[in-house]
Design a protein around this ligand. Structure first.
Ligand code: ADP
Ligand code: MG
Length: 243
């Protein structure tokens, strides 16, 4: 059985700066992988490469056994299978919550309005936002906006979710409601790769944790190993600065 996501020897350069240097990462279905590492270590770039928002300079990425970094791969088709959520909420301010969530299913996946809305309302109810369907984003708290952004990414039914520091822009009091939705996704079996600064959360939710250091995935393993007996001095130094 092949992995859901297989990142193989991926290199990415910006000018003469090598931002990803031979990253290998395998994610099985229903696994949650947390990427940790200092700011600038390459976490966002790696996630953006998986979603084809960046092109890789060398190496390959496979999703469901298909090489998505191949020249013939269709980025729109790949992104239909991947949901991505960013640090800033990126909701469309001129659209209601319901319309934000229905946009991709209707325009990209060609789902009927009735079907898209039914699914959106079901997701809103499941994540405690049933009353917000007709609200505009500026009427929601940051935590609610980020929960809507996650629901919007989920609406098309992706195989994989990529979450890039989705709590970093939030007031600390609003972080837990967003972490709760991620916990629920894990319980539902969603495969996820998260870049996060929330070490306690990573330790709790991750099946495996990867530590990126200057574009190298220096170590990758179960949280109890990475957090308690990391193999590399760089990992120890990073953790001692953050814990
Ligand atoms: P992280 O998410 O771990 O903070 P990033 O992936 O955002 O790290 O960035 C890794 C490195 O790549 C940083 O040095 C950053 O400045 C650089 N970088 C990211 N995107 C670009 C870009 N579009 N052009 C040039 N450099 C970039
Ligand atoms: Mg980042």
């Amino acid at each position: 059985m092949s992995a859901l996501l297989d990142v193989e020897n991926v290199w990415k350069h910006f000018g003469d700066h090598s931002v990803l240097r031979g990253v290998d990462l395998t994610v099985e279905s229903h696994q949650v992988v947390c990427l940790i590492g200092a700011s600038g270590s390459g976490k966002s770039t790696l996630l953006r490469c998986v979603n084809l928002l960046e092109t890789v300079d060398d190496g390959a990425i496979h999703l469901d056994g298909e090489e998505i970094t191949a020249v013939r791969a269709d980025p729109d088709d790949v992104r239909k299978r991947i949901g991505m959520v960013f640090q800033a909420f990126n909701l469309f301010p001129h659209m209601t919550v319901l319309d934000n969530i229905c946009l991709a299913p209707r325009k990209v996946h060609r789902v009927s309005r009735a079907k898209a809305e039914a699914r959106a309302r079901e997701l809103l109810a499941r994540f405690g936002l049933a009353g917000k369907a007709d609200a505009y984003p500026d009427r929601l708290s940051g935590g609610q906006q980020q929960r809507v952004a996650i629901i919007r990414a989920l609406a098309p039914g992706p195989r994989l979710m990529l979450l890039d520091e989705v709590t970093s822009a939030l007031d600390p009091t609003l972080v837990s409601e967003v972490l709760n939705i991620i916990r629920e996704l894990k319980e539902g079996g969603m495969t996820m790769v998260l870049a996060t600064h929330e070490m306690a959360f990573a330790r709790e939710i991750a099946d495996t944790v990867g530590f990126l250091h200057n574009g190298v995935l220096l170590e990758h393993g179960p949280p109890e190993v990475i957090f308690t007996e990391p193999a590399h001095p760089e990992t120890r130094a990073f953790l001692s600065r953050t814990l």
